[in-house]
Ligand binder design. Structure first.
Ligand code: SIN
Length: 289
């Protein structure tokens, strides 16, 4: 289905529970306010937008990202692009024994920076180097996940709050891969656990979404540990049912822009011997309610 935005811009919906491709936009050219508004609306409507073949610089990615809000700096400063601290390098490449980027960034399902008081509005991921096989990214529609919960469970989770912690899986990831340095006390202080509603309301569309993830959510406030663990496991399993998920198969120079208030994502994995590198910018959002 193609919805014509203007003479040249088109939004083509994916045959999936989320996502659309924006055709006819070249991010090398200045973005008019009118096009910006159309992209903004398409982003709210479809939660994930793909802009194919964008041969743009990190500065252009930063400039485009900033149109949507202030950018967030990741706590792992060692994976910043030196010239652009707002750009987080996601990569499985090891050079001279040192990781080039955060290779295990999407190992568990998550919404970016949900462990912050003000988590991310959305993220942009720009493909730099892609493997010949693997390397896909999966996205789950958390509005659908909420709306399709059995009614009794949907009612039961309204008003609950959950703790999110950057450290929840950190040691587990450290054990598995070379990408996680030991954190300094200053870094630990920067990512103190926070509480967020289990069901959040999208600040721009008013739609409800589940807002818990296997990566960062540690417990549901006020429930006994076993009950909290069981409920979270049920919510995680429901969230990522195939009918809620879109699989992005990367093409060269893809720029993908998703809504962290509506979606969770997961890196499906890349064979170790194949190189993968992407640049991520993360836009700050509101305090969830
Ligand atoms: C991320 O979680 O931001 C990275 C996702 C990916 O590498 O596909």
């Amino acid at each position: 289905m193609a919805a014509v935005l203007q003479d040249s811009l088109q939004v083509e919906l994916f045959d999936a529970p989320l996502g659309a491709e924006v055709i006819g936009l070249d991010l090398n050219r200045p973005l008019s306010q009118r096009d910006f508004q159309r992209i903004h609306k398409a982003h709210l409507d479809h939660h994930l937008l793909v802009f194919r073949g964008q041969r743009i610089s990190p500065q252009q990615q930063v400039d485009f990202s900033r149109r949507f809000g202030p950018l967030q700096i990741h706590v792992l400063r060692n994976f910043q692009l030196p010239s652009h601290p707002e750009v987080l390098i996601i990569s499985n490449i090891i050079e001279d024994g040192k990781p080039v980027g955060l290779g295990d960034a999407g190992h568990f399902w998550h919404s970016d920076l949900s462990y912050k008081e003000a988590p991310s509005l959305g993220s942009m991921l720009h493909a730099q180097e892609l493997p010949a096989e693997g390397g896909d990214t999966l996205f789950a529609n958390m509005h659908l996940a909420h709306d399709t919960l059995p009614a009794a469970l949907r009612n039961a989770v309204q008003g609950l709050r959950a703790e999110h912690s950057y450290l929840a899986q950190y040691e587990e990831l450290r054990r598995r891969s070379p990408f996680r340095p030991a954190l300094t006390q200053a870094q630990i202080d920067e990512v103190r656990p926070v509480l967020h509603p289990v069901v959040r309301t999208h600040p721009e569309t008013g739609r409800k979404a589940l807002f818990v993830s296997e990566h960062f959510t540690t417990r549901i406030v006020g429930l006994a540990e076993a009950e909290s663990r069981a409920l979270l496991a049920e919510l995680f399993a429901h969230s990522v049912k195939p009918e809620h998920v879109y699989r992005h198969r990367w093409q060269p120079h893809d720029m993908v822009f998703w809504d962290n208030r509506s979606l969770m994502h997961l890196a499906a994995g890349t064979p170790d011997h194949l190189r993968r590198k992407l640049y991520r910018t993360t836009i700050e959002g509101d305090v969830p309610f």
